[in-house]
Design a protein around this ligand. Sequence first.
Ligand code: BES
Ligand code: MN
Ligand code: ZN
Length: 526
Amino acid sequence: MSALTLSTSSAATLRADAVVIGIAKGRPSGKAAVSVAPGGEAVDTAFGGKLATTLDTLGASGAEGEVTKVPAPASGVKAPVVLAVGLGEAPAEGEPFAPEVLRRAAGSAARALSGTKKAAFALPVEDVAAVAAVAEGALLGAYAFTAYRGNSGDAGKDAAGKKSAKAEKAGDASAPLAEIAVVGAKPRDKEHKAAVERAQVLADEVHRARDLINTPSNDLTPKTFAAQAQAAAKEHGLKAEVLDEKALAKGGYGGILGVGQGSANPPRLVRISYTHPKAEKTLALVGKGITYDSGGISLKPAGHNETMKSDMSGAAAVFGAVVAAARLGVRANVTGWLALAENMPSGTATRPGDVLTMYSGKTVEVLNTDAEGRLVLADALTRACEESPDALVDVATLTGAMVLALGKRTFGVMANDEAFRTAVHEVAEDAGEDSWPMPMPAYLRQGMDSPVADIANMGDRMGGGLVAGLFLQEFVTEGTPWAHLDIAGPSFNESGPYGYTPKGGTGSAVRTLLRLAEETAEGGLG
Ligand code: BES
Ligand code: MN
Ligand code: ZN
């Protein structure tokens, strides 16, 4: 994890390997195609006020995500390199840059500086929200998954799984930017300090989720995932309980067992909880944790299974968010449920046509073993409701249909209560995560009518993401405000990195869930 400091020094005199400044589109003075954003004044002065013209000459446009490196002038700037990152259109006179614009720009800059030791970020930080955004973006952009690089499986990691100093040393082009100084922030200001501390914990926990998602399924099984939850609980003072396959059988968790029974790696249900002594409300979070989704007997064809190690992204997000809430001392109780199973075909696997008796007592005809996420979630949702939380949110890479509907960067939000759905959508936007409210049309329920059981695990193909939501709703106890986030699109980035989003596991929903916990503490939810 990169170190982050707040600095009152001028960007020009700060000892660093690079200075990051922002540039916006437009020709306010009628000269250059770009303008230097607030925060970059000292650097511009060292360029004799010609930094915008220089960047213009180099073809910089100020577009979001654009990165242009220029050598520092002979004198006036201590760092050898100036990196200009695009901020898009400048906001209206007197308005600040949007936090998400700053977050993405800081992320793009941090990525472009991997292999560098220390960078000073001299971006427009006019308020505490901007300080937080720059800190978050830079930290989230400074990520690399290197555990499997080199000649040993644990290359770069010590026995505790921490990256060694060697792996993080500067000069290694794949090593993330090691030190981030946010210039213009106030190191002695309480709010600024809190914002930075929050950004650090947040980025840490997003990185925890990304690492879990990127870990291949031969190393991340329900058992090893559960062990990591227990270890983190111990480290950060949370409580963790793990139900193994025997306990699951005793408890009647037919959904989780049915999905996991075909695998040599048996399933687990983890309850990881954080309690605050002064908490008034409890938020329950449920995550889909399919450590590998082969589809089971309804096997996925080649071309659809290569990224299915990421089918535990929901559980990873819940895990990260619960630990983040604990580390930040959020004044709410947060209970995470990780529904962990590996979906494999074998002689012991659930067959299409089998009927499972779920934890709730309802029976499910499994028409398609590839619709496994809703089965493990159903048991966890019913179990979570027994504790009467004030609000319940599940997160899952649930359907390909949601990816078709919303694309790869937006998750769907469904809920049994319209006001709650709106609240979750708004909290996500606040956190800098793209989401969209989706309906749960009642007529789609009849597509899941089964001739032999209470419900089938599949219904109409059209609107498949909504059908999955309707299935889950059957296992939520009435009266519990519940929302369902289908993160199948944004959880795993198969194309190139952008902003603070790396290739591979993204840590989607961690930031939204942490904000939800904070809102719960502030009494705004549940
Ligand atoms: N894990 C998949 C959904 C998924 C697809 C996640 C693509 C990420 C990217 C899920 O278990 C699944 O297979 N869903 C089926 C449901 C269908 C059989 C009703 C799907 O979406 O095709
Ligand atoms: Mn599946
Ligand atoms: Zn799945």
